[in-house]
Design a protein around this ligand. Sequence first.
Ligand code: ADP
Ligand code: MG
Length: 605
Amino acid sequence: MGKIMVMSDSLANKIAAGEVVERPASVVKELVENAIDAGSKRIEIEVEDGGLTLIRVADDGEGMDAEDLEKAFLRHATSKMRSERDLFRITTLGFRGEALPSIAAVSKVEVATRSRDQLLAHTISLEGNKVIRTSQTPHPFGTEIWVRDLFFNTPARLKYLKSVQTENHHIQDIVNRLALAHPDISIRLINDGKEILKTAGTGDLLTVIHTIYGLEIAKKMIPIQGEHLDFHIDGFIGKPEITRGSRAYISFLVNGRFVRSNLLQRAILDGYHTLLPVNRYPFAVIQLRMDPTLVDVNVHPSKLEVRFSKEEELAKWMKEQVKRRLLYSSLIPESNLTDRRKRQHSEQDRFDLHWKVNESLPFNAFAEPPDSPSINIETSVRLEEKKVEEDVTENYSSQNMEEIDRLNARQVAPLLEPLAQLHGTYILAQNEEGLYIIDQHAAQERINYERFRQLLGSPSKDRQILAIAYTYELTSSEAEIIRNSDSLLREIGIIQEPFGDRSFLVREIPNWFIKGKEEAQIDEIIQLILQGKGRFTLADIRDKSAQLMACKASIKANQHLSREEMRSLLHQLSLVGNPYTCPHGRPILVHFSLYEIEKLFKRVM
Ligand code: ADP
Ligand code: MG
């Protein structure tokens, strides 16, 4: 019996129809999604000339019978939706019944398909959506589809396409995301006869990350899991030491579907907060699961964007999860010195090289080089995960942000004994785990930043009256913003009054303003409020001015520190919430383990 039905007009009118076949990568996406929906365990994709000459997708899914094979090419014919109610609980990747007819309209298509109960496969050939031929032939279980001469009958579309290389990048990108979304399916991509990607299909996400991004990245991913009344996340976030200049390495998979979401991206970045250097972005692969009724996938023609019904709540929760996870991970970069010596070109170097060569690539599609050592990354990451997990359950039960801030105050950095100062810039220190090199300016900046942030957060109590009121003048539009920000200024502890149209008289300031720099600090805060066009909240101002002040108040490089000063700095560092990076995301300390030092001196092999 056939499974495919043609939708009623009223249902067809409710779907967000649009142009599905924009470029070869969209064809690949639709065909692979069909294979996934058919319950496949193995999918092979082959493309030639950026997909223009050939796109072939073969799967081992449920296949189709002869009747369905012809119906599949009718518009709005689908086996995935029966009634309008189904539109609100979509569990398949496809649901519009549009892809196959749209693809067939602009190419020459051939399909061979065989379900488990058929002896021979049925085949069909179409050209510009007209059936040319049908027949039967021996063929493995599943479906194989060949799309040839894409856009042969729409020269305008063809002209709009970029170079073969660009189209290949888009195809690789989409296949990578599909593979990340489905670690349980073995996905293979062959490009002009060359294997570009092959995932194992073992169901392990980290293995897929390893295959796509390489070993060094996989080793630096932190597992993240979270359970909420309505949502569930599972995935990996990169340690802040591995970043890229683009957001393309953050992937969200919602119920097995890769989606773009500025909201969720923002939530992740907010979770990292100052752990990231300016304009650098982390790696993250987040699998998000929720009841299908809570997410509307019928809003975008290529189904790349979705709408969440509890989006504010979701974003807030995601941010908390990321923040909390990073808080409980040891983020001190390891020196890696010995490894590098041994292998002249480490994986990371190779990765960086690939990256340089392929800077235009939105997503690194290069699989692990074949001669790389096979290290069991899974075990090491899993072990760390277990340790951290125990830590989390022991120390953390509530999901409340206040709680996290309080936890921030607990001692997380190791307490270190200073040994010496190097070039007036670095502190050498030790504990039983080995040697540490600390950037004194970065450390001081972090300590000051956290102190100022606290001070800015609970300011109003201790104010001082200025003996001589400080006057400043602005343009009239700026003055308007500042007049409207009076309550914010009061919260910070700055009491002022308007003086004419464009000037202000500051009468009182917080006690903790740095002596001798009071006026500069007032100016800084005013500038920040103006930068935010009055839309910054107290928290924003708190954060940004704390960063500015911390930098100004910190000891610079090339400044001699006595043993006592070093000890005091290291003690303060051991108490801050985040002892790993300065507020701009640069690392504060680097660790050389004893083992590594012993390896350098060949005491161990
Ligand atoms: P949709 O995926 O939205 O249903 P499509 O045009 O992509 O629409 O496919 C139409 C129908 O053809 C699907 O509903 C499905 O029943 C069938 N089909 C397509 N590709 C496959 C495949 N690889 N294996 C089995 N059935 C398929
Ligand atoms: Mg489909």
